[in-house]
Ligand binder design. Sequence first.
Ligand SMILES: Cc1cc2nc3c(=O)[nH]c(=O)nc-3n(C[C@H](O)[C@H](O)[C@H](O)COP(=O)(O)OP(=O)(O)OC[C@H]3O[C@@H](n4cnc5c(N)ncnc54)[C@H](O)[C@@H]3O)c2cc1C
Length: 310
Amino acid sequence: MGAREVIVNLMPSPLVKVFARPYVAGQGIDSGINTAKKLWEEKKLHSTIDLLGEEIREKEEIERNVQIYMDLLDKLGEQKFATVSLKPTQLGVYRDEDGTIQGIDYCHDNIKKIVEKAKTYNIHITIDMENHPFTDLTLDIFKSLRNEFDNVGTVLQSRLFRTKQDILNLPTDKMCKIRTCIGIYKEPPEIALQNKKEMKEKLYEYMILLLERGHYPEIATHDEKLIERCIEYLDKNNIPKDRYEFQMLMGVPREKIQRKIVERGNIMRLYVPFAEKWKYAIAYCKRRLAANPMMGAYVVKNLFGKTTGR
Ligand SMILES: Cc1cc2nc3c(=O)[nH]c(=O)nc-3n(C[C@H](O)[C@H](O)[C@H](O)COP(=O)(O)OP(=O)(O)OC[C@H]3O[C@@H](n4cnc5c(N)ncnc54)[C@H](O)[C@@H]3O)c2cc1C
């Protein structure tokens, strides 16, 4: 663990809660839905709504999470502005003390229930990607469900050496919606790039590869130079606007470029997490804070009303 992670882990929860404010919609399903509605009505921004929580092992809590997702889908109903994101480790899969993975079938069935229900409302589900012990099973669950449903997608992280092959291994007869990002989890040098510039170069390459293979990249980055570079490629190659979208995390101040993307006629989607329990919001924000020390500076600026408007 690096010094930054140690400091973040020592931060008292009430302080993390202050940092969390711009990044988390609030507590309960309604906070997620109301935030997504507001983003759509006021800024024409799409959302992907996510229940915070990961690494859950208690069956009761897992069943409760499935129910929360079912209720979220019922409350959202058929609409055009929001999709839903979820994580395998909040829905039944976990790593044992000896490192073996447990609960894959149970997790598959739970995600299937959610995808099946979402299909009745035409809501897309994204299976988020967690750290490398979960990559294979996440891709297996995604591929098995994609065989049956067209409303499910997943995430690939450009820092992992395996990602190019993972793109080549996607089904070739079906368009897959793949969020492509650098990845938030620190991964060992044996399996992953350590340099952000290189990860971003790969993100750009993988966006192109996904398009060439007939898939739909969801370009998830806040790096404005990288976004501009992607736009240049997309325009130069006349890629239709329904073949890709851009995604960012709610709370990261990127209003200007988000507006530009919306005005171009592209989908600009924000990740809108809500919490059932604050302890999960705190874990999410601690991870983001450790990855991005600038987050603290932004929050302080936001609290005092001096947003950069970037
Ligand atoms: C919609 C969405 C979904 C994601 N899903 C996953 C997933 O399933 N699995 C996974 O591993 N990762 C996921 N990520 C995280 C992603 O992999 C990166 O860790 C994150 O987006 C930061 O990378 P970046 O490309 O924005 O580059 P960076 O260089 O990290 O960021 C570019 C600039 O954006 C600003 N910035 C970025 N993040 C923040 C922040 N939190 N607070 C303040 N400023 C910030 C900073 O100014 C920074 O210099 C997701 C990201 C998004 C946007």
